[in-house]
Design a binder for this molecule. Structure first.
Ligand SMILES: Nc1ncnc2c1ncn2[C@@H]1O[C@H](COP(=O)(O)OP(=O)(O)OP(=O)(O)O)[C@@H](O)[C@H]1O
Ligand SMILES: [Mg+2]
Length: 252
């Protein structure tokens, strides 16, 4: 496999200190994320998935290690450079939906464009286009509280894609949704991935993971294993789901 590496993490460690005690949330994690891939991260609750996503996206500081992106060491950026990097290159869909409650869906989606100094016309064109693509075009002037959880999550994804990020992180984007809404959100992510969007998604859902090119398992803050679906080009969805189940439960 010779796909270009978009992000390279080397020996990442993250230690939290609370009340004099140290907790090693991420321990010596090294991994490559490939351009154009749909990479999925799975692991038990508390295993460190969200922490890892914060580190990889430059949202949180490492305790030690290196993160390489586009020929740069993003872990060496100061806060100003890190913020600029995130607003240009990274999209992030949070584990809990965090739209601004008193802005409309359209304003929420356009917000990163207004903030980053993208022109108003380009921002609004892109926001309209994304809303249409997410099938929420008719909800432009609704507040988040006036739409369903699935529609809120689609708006959050639209917002994360506004500036066409090089790499999109999504932390359990279907975790709080019912099956139909979750499937619609996954369809959208899959569609963007097929158009070339690189995605790293955390999920507990085997059906969601079966959409991936590659699966990384996190166990107690370490890499617990990796499954590369490129090695099984003939596996259909059911076979993939069975492979994932066996992999995450440690059964062969
Ligand atoms: N700010 C913090 N201070 C101390 N410990 C923390 C902090 N944030 C997370 N942790 C701990 O680090 C570990 C990993 O947390 P993390 O949120 O990354 O887990 P996760 O795999 O995303 O879990 P979930 O599937 O429940 O979202 C947990 O044991 C958690 O309690
Ligand atoms: Mg989490």
């Amino acid at each position: 496999m010779n796909k270009p590496v978009i992000l390279k993490a080397v020996n990442l460690c993250k230690t939290y200190s609370t009340g004099g005690e140290q907790f090693h949330a991420i321990r010596n994690v090294s991994l490559d994320i490939y351009e154009g891939d749909f990479t999925v991260i799975m692991g038990d609750s508390g295993s460190g998935k969200s922490t890892l996503l914060y580190l990889l996206s430059g949202m949180d500081e490492l305790t030690s290690g290196e993160i390489h992106f586009g020929g740069d060491r993003i872990d060496r950026y100061n806060e100003r450079k890190a913020a600029a990097f995130r607003s240009r290159q990274i999209g992030y869909v949070y584990q809990s939906i965090n739209l601004v409650p008193d802005l409309t869906l359209f304003e929420n989606i356009a917000l990163p464009g207004y903030i980053s100094g993208m022109s108003r016309a380009a921002t609004e064109r892109r926001a309209e286009e994304l809303m249409a693509g997410m099938d929420i075009a008719d909800l432009k002037s609704r507040l988040p509280s006036q739409v369903s959880g699935g529609q809120q999550q689609r708006a959050a994804i639209a917002r994360s894609l506004l500036h066409s990020p090089a790499l999109l992180f999504a932390d359990e984007p279907t975790g709080s949704l019912n099956h139909a809404h979750g499937a619609a959100v996954l369809d959208i992510l899959t569609r963007f991935n097929l158009l070339g969007q690189s995605i790293v998604m955390v999920t507990h859902d085997i059906r969601a993971a079966a959409r991936a090119d590659r699966l990384i398992l996190i166990r107690d803050g370490r890499i617990g294993g990796e499954l590369d679906f490129a090695e099984f080009p003939d596996a259909d969805t059911t076979q993939r789901e069975e492979m994932i189940f066996a992999f995450v439960t440690g059964k062969e």
